[in-house]
Design a protein around this ligand. Structure first.
Ligand code: GLV
Ligand code: GLV
Length: 321
């Protein structure tokens, strides 16, 4: 029997599968992110064979050192920038993530963010529910149409492609994208155009949506100079990772109306937000919930369990990174 340490409560279905496979599942009792010392203490207490981690857990050399029996870190997220994969590799520890199951969900939330900012829904909702609505008016909350506009996708992986598909087929938007490689689906199905330079996507798009992983090369990809390339009428959407955008530069650009608006599910220093961001009306904000549907969070739980069960049986897990 192996011990699986789960750093915080996740949906039960995967945990049940782990128990059925004969493993001892220990879920951290803290209702919150473990501090580093709490994490190290838990590892010392349980000496697990597997860890199910969240994107809010930093998995570095100290953590791996404190868990000498660990064979697998199964991250409950598609992004795994919270894990030092090199340190894990050096110790022959397997790292897995949860790709695929959350693609549609994150794409739908991204489209919801785009519609929310261009139709000004949260702003109009606040206005209406606080009793400011005094009757129909021709100039009330004028928004922005999307049909025929250009959506610029930065990162045409699974999620970026699905966002492009919904925007193209559902909303009639034109698609341009930047990715390290050509995306045949976008090119042939959506008549999308790949741009060699991120700058060209920023210059030409009416809405820019970010779907790159967080890497050294994508940190502050959108800095002050890059944001300045966007049209004053353009919107920026981010459901990937906060540090891809220089948030202070974004707040300044929004305050100075250098771009029209932004819709963000992620922040540079979560859960903190750059001062001023939450005061802006031309911003829609959600708390890193783009994959948070009942269906998808359950599938993610099953997926981490399948990865752990495979690794502990000595097999290659389906979602090794
Ligand atoms: C969520 O942000 C994820 O990476 O799954
Ligand atoms: C992540 O799942 C991506 O490929 O967009």
């Amino acid at each position: 029997m192996a011990t699986v340490f789960v750093t915080r409560e996740i949906p039960e279905s995967g945990l049940e599968k782990l128990r059925q496979a004969g493993h001892d599942v220990v879920v951290s009792e803290k209702d919150g992110v473990l501090t580093k010392s709490e994490f190290l203490a838990s590892l010392a207490a349980h000496n697990p064979d597997a860890i199910i981690s969240l994107l809010t857990d930093t998995i570095d050399a100290d953590v791996l050192e404190a868990a000498p029996r660990v064979q697998i870190i199964a991250n409950y997220a598609v992004g795994y920038n919270n894990i030092s994969v090199e340190d894990a590799k050096a110790r022959e520890i397997i790292v897995t993530n949860t790709p695929g199951v959350l693609t549609d969900t994150v794409a739908e939330h991204t489209i919801a963010l785009m519609l929310a900012i261009t139709s000004r829904i949260p702003e109009a909702d606040r206005y209406t529910r606080t009793g400011e609505y005094k009757g129909w008016a021709p100039m009330l909350f004028l928004g922005t149409d999307l049909k025929g506009k250009t959506l610029g996708v930065l990162g045409a992986g699974r999620i970026g492609s699905r966002v492009a598909e919904i925007a193209s087929k559902g909303l009639g938007m034109n698609i341009i994208y930047h990715d390290v490689k050509e995306n045949e689906f976008l090119n042939s199905e959506l008549h999308a155009q790949r741009k060699e330079a991120v700058e060209d996507v920023l210059r030409e798009s009416d809405v820019v949506t970010v779907h790159v992983p967080l890497l050294d090369s994508t940190r502050h990809l959108l800095d002050e100079a890059m944001i300045r390339l966007m049209k004053p009428s353009a919107y920026l959407i981010n459901s990937s990772r906060g540090p891809v955008i220089d948030e202070a530069a974004l707040v300044a650009a929004l305050q100075n109306r250098e771009i029209k608006g932004a819709a963000l599910d992620v922040f540079e220093h979560e859960p903190e937000m750059t001062p001023g961001l939450a005061d802006l009306e031309n911003v829609v904000i959600t708390p890193h919930i783009a994959s948070a549907t009942e269906e998808t969070r359950g599938k993610m739980s099953d997926m981490v369990a399948a990865n752990v069960i495979a690794a502990l049986a000595g097999n290659t897990p389906p979602n090794q990174v």
